[in-house]
Write a protein that binds this ligand. Structure first.
Ligand code: GSH
Length: 203
């Protein structure tokens, strides 16, 4: 059985869990909950992923896959038909959109860690502002490219963006992302009703 090392509040792990539900292969993945942080790495996790990061998938034969994007590609291959990534040259467009969503998550998580691991007088506002700039520029790009970059399929790039927006709502690293972004707000409202997202919503 494949084992997924995850945390219910990790947005990167959520991407994997959403993908497994979307593909109908969640029953092929046993979830193993672990807690870790950059300043307190879980040793069991680090024994499998030297980076000590979630998500980490251990295949039935013991081989290990990380990070979330690599695991999504593995999950896409568990069924006869790939639906998360195109097979033709357009895959590079979708990988780039997926990377943009991933960058939003990276910046958001760095803001959360900055506040969580430093005392109030050590927190760098310049650092937080720099990360917020990345998030805001990326979301402005998405706002300008709805619906063409986000429809019709709920593919890996869309899963990444939905999990990134969900994380912005959950942790609020930069406040409300919706003002001035009506298209993105409407897209997120629509996809938020998908069972894969409601079942994995962090709380
Ligand atoms: N690029 C990685 C990022 C994974 C990541 O940063 N995960 C966080 C949890 S949300 C983590 O494990 N942090 C612990 C650490 O940085 O040591 C992926 O897509 O899987």
């Amino acid at each position: 059985m494949n084992q997924l090392y995850f945390s219910p509040v990790s947005p990167f792990a959520r991407k994997v869990r959403v993908a497994a539900l979307e593909k109908g292969v969640a029953d092929q993945i046993e979830e193993v909950e672990v807690a870790t942080s950059p300043v307190d790495t879980n040793p069991d996790l680090a024994a499998r992923n030297p980076l000590g990061k979630l998500p980490c998938l251990v295949r039935a034969d013991g081989r290990v896959i990380y990070d979330s994007r690599a695991i999504l590609r593995f999950i896409d291959g568990l069924t006869g038909t790939a639906t998360l990534y195109p097979a033709d040259d357009s895959v590079f467009d979708r990988l780039t959109v997926e990377s943009l969503a991933e960058g939003v998550l990276d910046a958001a998580v760095l803001c959360v860690y900055e506040r969580r691991t430093r005392s109030a007088d050590q927190v760098s506002q310049a650092w937080l502002d720099g990360q917020a700039g990345k998030i805001n520029r990326a979301l402005d790009w998405f706002e300008a490219h709805v619906p063409d970059a986000l429809e019709p399929d709920f593919d890996a790039a869309c899963i990444g963006l939905a999990c990134a927006l969900g994380y912005l709502d959950f942790r609020q690293p930069t406040g409300d992302w919706r003002p001035g972004r009506p298209q993105l707000t409407a897209w997120y409202e629509t996809v938020s009703g998908r069972p894969s997202l409601t079942q994995t919503k962090p709380s």
